[in-house]
Design a protein around this ligand. Structure first.
Ligand code: AHG
Ligand code: MN
Ligand code: MN
Length: 363
């Protein structure tokens, strides 16, 4: 490996960014470094895997455990959540935190100094992929606590639209471990140098091409899709013989964080739309710790993030664990999908050939 001495570390990047804001206290940088530490520890746990007995379900002996959202918890989900808490609660930068794996928001322990930031995280995204050794990741969103917020923390303080995020990022535990970060000034990527234990700036300016010929959706749900999604996917599948006049490729990793990374690296569109599978759920993915942070990163890289109909970052959350339809990626494709959703829908029938006769997914 060529020996480079001029790589920028994450610490150096943050200090140089901070110099542009002479009044900044340094709290924010310290918080990001704590989050990076959490990600390094999770990367290590994920890499050790079954060597450390870390594959499989949490509480295996008791028949597994289901979190309050009705999803099976893996050992690594619970461990990653603990790591996030332990590495960020001591520093004095946070007023509270919330996570996919915790029913309620968590206060900073009594006696610890408190700060003005809030963190919301998905400690391990794609955890159904752990035991098959496919990429997983951690996603985080940083918000400012409202001025009048105090401990004990109330759920309401987290219910801020994605446009108010101060920063967002994710770590991807793949062939190499990466940290992708936005502080509202573009998107940068760092690769973990495992020998130094440092994140090194390897992707100084990530941008998403506006057009793409690659889409990602779980087609096993196709019978539950709404008409605009069916139409969009049908047109992609029709390829060069259909209205799009070009062939499309398809991918589905089932780790949203890995799909987001692919799209940041080479473009594409990701859809986990609202569907009719379970009418009690407005989508599968969660607004505060999946859709919003990934949405901010994608938009900062020149892409677009949407509910399918309107910009994700404008949504005013109503619940900590709120679910939502999510579409993101190359701008022109996401805008097309929004157009399909916003076009007036005529009754399903003969005047809607794409939704009926010509639908490749017609029932
Ligand atoms: P998590 O592991 O945090 O619960 O999230 C999994 C999510 C997301 O990463 C992925 O895109 C999606 O679930 C996969 O869903 P399907 O199993 O329906 O394909
Ligand atoms: Mn997730
Ligand atoms: Mn998760």
């Amino acid at each position: 490996m060529p020996f480079r001495t001029n790589r920028t570390t994450l610490t150096q990047y943050l200090i140089e960014e901070r110099r542009r804001y002479p009044s900044a206290s340094g709290d924010f940088n310290a918080l990001i470094l704590d989050v990076a530490m959490a990600c390094k520890q999770i990367a290590k746990a994920v890499a050790y895997g079954e060597l450390a007995g870390l594959h499989g379900e949490h509480n295996e002996d008791a028949g597994g455990s289901i979190n309050f959202q009705g999803e099976a918890q893996k050992k690594l989900d619970v461990l990653s959540n603990d790591i996030f808490i332990k590495t960020t609660e001591w520093g004095g930068h946070l007023l509270g935190m919330a996570s996919e794996e915790m029913d309620e928001a968590l206060d900073i322990p009594e006696g610890n100094p408190k700060g003005r930031y809030l963190i919301v995280f998905d400690p391990l995204d794609g955890s159904s992929n752990i035991d098959v050794n496919v990429s997983v990741g951690s996603i985080f969103s940083i918000l400012r606590a409202p001025d009048d917020a105090t401990a004990p923390i109330q759920e309401e303080v987290f219910l801020q639209p994605g446009s108010q995020q101060v920063a967002a990022g994710y770590a991807l535990y793949g062939p190499s471990t990466m940290l992708i970060l936005t502080v509202g000034n573009g998107v940068v990527g760092f690769t973990l140098d495992p020998a130094l234990g440092e994140f090194m700036l390897t992707h100084p300016s990530i941008t998403i091409p506006e057009d793409t010929q690659e889409f990602a959706i779980n087609t096993s749900n196709s019978r539950f899709w709404e008409a605009p999604v069916k139409r969009y996917v049908d047109e992609c599948l029709a390829g060069s013989t259909g209205p799009r006049g070009k062939d499309f490729n398809m991918r589905w990793i089932a780790s949203m964080v890995a799909e987001a990374h692919r799209i940041l690296m080479r473009g594409g569109v990701f859809m986990y739309p609202r569907d009719t599978k379970d009418p009690s759920k407005a989508g599968k993915l969660r607004l505060l710790y999946e859709a919003n942070p990934v949405g901010m990163i994608i938009e900062q890289a020149g892409g677009r993030a949407s509910t399918g109909s309107y910009p994700m970052l404008d949504v005013k959350p109503t619940e900590l664990h709120q679910r939502i339809g999510l579409v993101f990626g190359s701008k022109n494709e996401v805008e097309r999908i929004e157009r399909y959703h916003n076009e007036p829908i005529e009754e399903k029938g003969e005047d809607m050939p794409l939704f009926a006769e010509r639908s490749l997914f017609r029932d």
